[in-house]
Design a protein around this ligand. Structure first.
Ligand SMILES: NC(=O)C1=CN([C@@H]2O[C@H](COP(=O)(O)OP(=O)(O)OC[C@H]3O[C@@H](n4cnc5c(N)ncnc54)[C@H](O)[C@@H]3O)[C@@H](O)[C@H]2O)[C@H](O)CC1
Ligand SMILES: [K+]
Length: 488
């Protein structure tokens, strides 16, 4: 989980506080970027530095000065004057050292291009002369190091209103930004690193406690415990032809440590999962076995029985993980939607973009155009935790606080992975994690099954959801071991 996500407002507030204390964040950013360039080019080689009109450009101009001092041949391309005191001062420093800037990308751009055109201040699709410069950089085969964010990417929304720089590396300053991890961001940033600029966490205006709580702590096992200590999950789903979804959710819940797992299936034909006889499977009835959390939706379908099961679950007072067709039933039925919105007991909604679009009355493209906005709108609408799945899964809380997941990759784009995630989150709620934490940790651990697969395979093809369900155990145990070692 990335603990250091910050809203744009928080970054601006910290920037102002740092400036008031004379911390010189721009120079720190430039020094961090110079270290990165030296790591990429250990021997001095020609570098082209693109400097934009704002402080991103200021970072770049100070970097150019640092590189010249380190013996690198530097060409600065700056097609417009800098705005703002800090950026203007950076330009003056460059002019004093070199006195020369180009307006266009040189034909031979050297061994590296540094993108300091736009960062978190991008306000619209880059227009002339910036768009032509971005196109020229993307047309060259010189690797790009983007400063703070690839220029042209909305660093909060993860959308690229026009053409954006395609970077080989991105060095972002102070903290990760949602847009680098979600939507178009991951396809543009290349290898992503954070330079924290030695800013003390206490300077962050967000509730610092929120940023660094060890989410894993409640999972630690106690010697004098029994299966009841780790809660009971009930999965409601598995309509005819969709039993596999319920099985995957149940297996994931077992893998992540739930004490007991019931499957209440709408298809009465399944009696036992021979690979997991621990799963207690029975046909769904209006009265369910006692449980602390119900994952409703995996393979639920949208039949009358499915709607009745959902209505009963919404009326109950156990925690819910609402996924897949349960979300589609809510989207299609204002009565169910109102019951969910009025529900006092917690729920975690886990829509993919199309399910989120149905719930919001938007198109999927509109959801993807502002994933952070969509996740927060859903969390506010239902007063619950919302997990908006996809590249850079977002976890939003009803009060607007959100996190972006930094684990996972395209290996998880496969059938059944959503069922696994709903079972994983349910298992964590059953073990007494608060719903928002359970959602964050469940998303993170599930994403790591994709990262583990890529590490094992070297690429991302062919990960079965049942493999992810099984791998949750090893991943969670490894992290718990590290957590315990670090807390002795
Ligand atoms: N957040 C921090 O604490 C730090 C930020 N640093 C660097 O500063 C930039 C943010 O600087 P800012 O001046 O606010 O904006 P940008 O440089 O990203 O944007 C450039 C500037 O250009 C104008 N503009 C916006 N969109 C367009 C457009 N499409 N076409 C033309 N002009 C546009 C707008 O007026 C902006 O002001 C951050 O990314 C960091 O690189 C510090 O150096 C480190 C700490
Ligand atoms: K940039």
């Amino acid at each position: 989980m990335n603990p250091a996500i910050q809203s744009l407002a928080a970054q601006r507030a910290l920037e102002a506080a740092a400036a008031a204390q004379g911390m010189g964040l721009m120079r720190r950013a430039a020094c961090a970027a110079a270290d990165k360039v030296r790591a990429l080019l250990p021997e001095p080689a020609p570098v082209t530095v693109l400097a934009g009109p704002g402080n991103n450009g200021g970072d770049a101009l100070h970097l150019a000065c640092e590189l010249v001092r380190a013996g690198y041949p530097v060409t600065v391309v700056s097609p417009a004057p800098q705005q703002g005191d800090e950026a203007v001062a950076a330009r003056a420093r460059w002019d004093e050292i070199s006195g020369h800037t180009d307006r266009e990308l040189p034909a031979a751009a050297g061994a590296l291009v540094v993108d300091g055109l736009f960062g978190i201040g991008l306000a619209r699709a880059p227009s002339a002369p910036w768009d032509a410069l971005i196109r020229a950089v993307n047309a060259s085969d010189v690797p790009v190091l983007a400063l703070d964010a690839p220029s042209g990417l909305d660093a909060t929304r993860g959308t690229a209103p026009g053409e954006a720089i395609r970077a080989r590396h991105t060095l972002t300053f102070l903290c990760l930004k949602a847009g680098l991890l979600t939507g178009d961001g991951p396809g543009l940033t290349g290898a992503l690193e954070v330079a924290p600029l030695d800013v003390p966490p206490a300077m962050w205006p967000e509730a610092e406690g929120e940023l660094n709580r060890p989410l894993l702590a409640p999972l630690a096992r106690k010697a004098n415990s029994h299966k009841g200590s780790y809660g009971t999950v009930c999965v409601v789903g598995g309509s005819p032809g969709m039993l596999g979804a319920a099985l995957l959710a149940g297996r994931a819940a077992l893998s992540l440590g739930a004490g007991k797992v019931h499957l209440a299936t709408l298809d009465a034909r399944l009696a036992v999962d021979p690979c997991h006889p621990e799963l207690m499977i029975a046909p769904h009835t209006p009265t369910l076995p006692t449980h602390e959390v119900c994952a409703i939706g995996p393979g639920l379908g949208q039949s009358g029985d499915a709607r009745a099961a959902l209505a009963a679950a919404l009326a109950g007072d156990v925690s819910l993980v609402v996924d897949a067709d349960a979300l589609n039933l809510v989207a299609a039925d204002p009565v169910l939607a109102e019951r969910l919105a009025r529900r006092q007991a917690p729920a975690v909604l886990t829509p993919h973009p199309a399910e989120a679009a149905r719930l919001l009355g938007l198109s999927t493209a509109e959801v993807q155009a502002d994933r952070v906005g969509a996740a927060r709108a859903l969390a506010r609408r239902f007063g619950q935790t919302v997990v908006l799945k996809g590249a850079g899964t977002l976890i939003a809380r009803a009060d607007g606080f959100y996190r972006v997941n930094a684990s996972g990759n395209a290996a998880l784009a496969a059938a059944g992975q959503g069922d696994v995630l709903s079972g994983a989150i349910a298992a964590l709620i059953a073990q007494h994690l608060p719903p928002f934490d359970a959602a964050c940790l469940g998303v993170y651990l599930h994403g790591l099954t994709g990262d583990l697969y890529r590490a094992r395979q070297g690429y991302m093809l062919g990960l079965a959801a049942s493999q992810s369900a099984a791998d949750l155990t090893d991943i969670a145990n490894a992290l718990l071991l590290i957590h315990e070692r670090n807390t002795v």
